[in-house]
Design a binder for this molecule. Structure first.
Ligand code: SF4
Length: 279
């Protein structure tokens, strides 16, 4: 495989930076071999300072590749794996090492997000293990669909799972993401059985994910797991809309506004009503 690790900058000011075709020089067989070994992966970027992606100040590595097609996705440029920068585990961990001291001072950590990190689960496991080896707190932000790819031992490398639950009703979930939510819920149960800490993330989109009975079901489910330490309700925004246009993808939510304060409060109340900590 050609050494492409000297190009382009991994660091970005924000994941909302549009990045495409950064791994396009690789042959399909090279991509397959990278995914199989995990010695090389594909990253959209590294960003710093995120406070909603785990405890304390975080360094976040955004992977490329996602099998879902959420209608509200903020980063559709991460769907295609070869839009990302091909990086070796060594380069990705070297990048992380730069922040090690600062993260320790600020009780922060490293979050692997995406895209869907478990599309490249071997790379994800290796990079998270590197971070753990540096004494850095690790978090994995995932939609959980490929949770079965992680062994129990590999789950131990992850200090915290940020589990994205998109919606409850099975048909609504398929209409929203294109995929079934069964594997996500199964992964949630498995994490609970292994007593692995979870923060649940819920994107609130008016008219799409604000159905009260759906939210109530998720809240009941999450509370019953016993390992959900916190719920983050993330209000929908339009920051990623321009990417859909640039990528010539059909965006179905151009007129959808961010949820108002009352809608956010109702959602928080639904989770808190089940005894969960929600923000
Ligand atoms: S799971 Fe995440 S990255 Fe994938 S389509 Fe949905 S919002 Fe986008």
């Amino acid at each position: 495989m050609p050494d492409t690790t000297a190009r382009p900058q991994l660091e970005a000011t924000s994941p909302f930076e549009l990045r495409v075709n950064l791994g396009h020089e690789l042959q399909e067989s090279e991509v397959r071999s990278a995914l199989a070994s995990g010695d090389m992966g594909f990253l959209h970027s590294y960003t710093t300072g995120a406070a909603v992606d785990g405890p304390g100040v975080r360094v976040v590595a955004w992977t490329t590749g996602c099998m879902w097609r959420c209608r509200y996705c903020h980063n559709p440029d991460t769907w295609t794996i070869t839009n990302g920068i091909p990086v070796s585990v060594a380069r990705a961990s070297e990048e992380l090492r730069k922040y090690r001291g600062g993260l320790a001072l600020m009780n922060g950590g490293f979050t692997l997000s995406g895209g869907e990190p478990l599309m490249q689960h071997r790379f994800a496991v290796k990079l998270l293990a590197e971070a753990k080896g540096m004494g850095i707190h690790t978090a994995l932000d995932t939609n959980g669909f490929y949770g079965e790819r992680l062994t129990d031992a590999e789950m131990e490398q992850v200090d915290l799972v940020l589990l994205d639950i998109k919606t409850w009703d099975a048909e609504r979930h398929i209409a929203l993401t294109g995929m079934d939510n069964g594997p996500t819920l199964e992964f949630a149960r498995r994490l609970a059985a292994r007593r692995r800490p979870v923060w649940l993330r819920y994107v609130l989109v008016p008219g799409l994910t604000d159905d009260a009975s759906d939210i109530a079901e998720i809240a009941r489910f999450a509370a019953g797991l016993g390992n959900v330490e916190r719920v983050d309700v993330l209000p929908f925004h339009q920051l990623g809309q321009y990417k859909w246009a640039k990528l010539q993808l059909p965006y179905t939510l151009p007129d959808t506004e961010s949820p108002d304060v009352l809608a956010v409060q109702r959602t928080l109340d639904a989770f808190r009503g089940q005894g969960l900590t929600a923000y």
